[in-house]
Design a binder for this molecule. Structure first.
Ligand code: UFG
Length: 329
């Protein structure tokens, strides 16, 4: 009954490992440590340093650890980088996922949870975005994830692999107990960047675009706290084990905050009025991405615990302070 977590040493994966261990599950992590950190894992989790695209290794790990479910987080996740290096993204996110799915099928693993993204919707005309909207990703990142959704659909039908695809909106915050957080150096994500500006690790930050068709002109995003997201995965695991049919679910709170609103919250919670510069739009940013978020509640019985931007920002700030004092990242 071991759960295999790929990318378990990364930001979201390490929160999933903690959630699984807290729930009494046995966990084996496969991570190539390209962006993850061994120290993000508690000693109770077994770490295999290796690549989830190595099909033979995956078969061996599944057999040796008695793996019955897989949560697949390992991926490249930076949208602009995917535009510059599409083949790198298709390799990391599509080709390697194919190897992992093939290992799962060959080894008789029946439950698979996949980290997908709101980027599969592209620039949707409908807001909030329902799961059954036609998919039209605009970046290689979104396409690389959508292709894996399709592989799961087809492999599910052909081989009886049951899956839950979770489409993440904007993931933020850190473990409320301070055990893990977003540790990637040179992160581009808004709340992390703002937290670093508040702590003086950046001299200033920029707002990318103030002329969008939104109430204050900056982009709207649906920020979901990372432990709430991990909990959705735990619920997905229980759902699959109880015989639930394969499904695709948005993970967000269904509410948008603008970039300017987020920065105000970071200033208020940190008590630091750091410099903010208005800047041109960043290529490829849609004006608004907000989840229609009821299906994950009704299908999985998931309820968020940290749907509160002040708390999310407080957690992000606490984790940034930890990284500074430990000088670990
Ligand atoms: N932003 C700034 N300044 C910064 C950083 C970000 O203004 O220094 C803005 C961005 O332009 C955007 C918003 O803050 O409007 C959020 O940007 P993030 O980089 O934090 O997140 P994205 O919305 O670009 O990306 C997220 C995920 C992706 C996923 C995408 C789906 O990180 O993995 O949502 O839409 F693909």
């Amino acid at each position: 009954m071991t759960v295999l977590v790929t990318g378990g040493a990364g930001y979201i994966g390490s929160h999933m490992v903690l959630a699984l261990l807290d729930a009494g599950e046995k966990v084996v992590v496969v991570d190539n440590l390209s962006t993850g950190f061994w120290w993000a894992l508690p000693p109770e989790a077994t770490l295999v340093t290796g690549d989830c695209g190595d099909e033979a290794l995956m078969k061996r790990v599944i057999a040796e650890h008695g793996v019955t479910a897989i949560a697949h987080f390992a991926a490249k996740i930076v949208v602009p980088e995917s535009v510059a290096d599409p083949l790198g993204y298709y390799l990391a996110n599509t080709v390697k996922s194919r190897a992992l799915i093939a290992a799962a099928v060959a080894s008789g693993v029946k439950h698979f949870i996949f980290s997908s993204t709101a980027a599969v919707y592209g620039e949707p005309a409908t807001m909030p975005v329902p799961e059954d909207l036609p998919l039209d990703p605009v970046s290689p990142y979104g396409r690389s994830k959508l292709m894996t959704e399709w592989m799961l659909q087809d492999a599910g039908k052909a081989h009886g692999l049951n899956y839950v695809v979770l489409r993440y909106f904007n993931v933020a915050g850190a473990d409320p107990q301070g055990r893990t957080g977003q540790s990637t150096p040179n992160a581009t994500h808004l709340i992390k960047v703002a937290a670093q500006a508040a702590l003086g690790d950046r001299p200033k930050m920029q707002v990318f675009g103030t002329d969008f068709a939104t109430p204050d002109g900056s982009c709207l995003r649906d920020y979901i706290q990372v432990s709430d997201l991990a909990d959705a995965h735990l619920k997905a695991l229980s759902y699959l084990r109880a015989g639930g049919a394969s499904t695709v679910l948005n993970c967000g709170y269904g509410r948008g905050y603008s970039v300017l609103e987020v920065i105000e919250v970071v200033k208020r919670v940190s008590g630091v009025d750091f410099p903010v510069e208005m800047a041109p739009r960043r290529a490829g940013d849609p004006a608004a991405i907000i989840a229609k978020a009821d299906r994950v509640r009704t299908e999985l019985g998931w309820e968020p615990r940290y749907d509160d931007l002040d708390q999310i920002v407080g957690q992000a700030l606490r984790w940034e302070r930890f990284l500074k004092t430990k000088n670990v990242a």
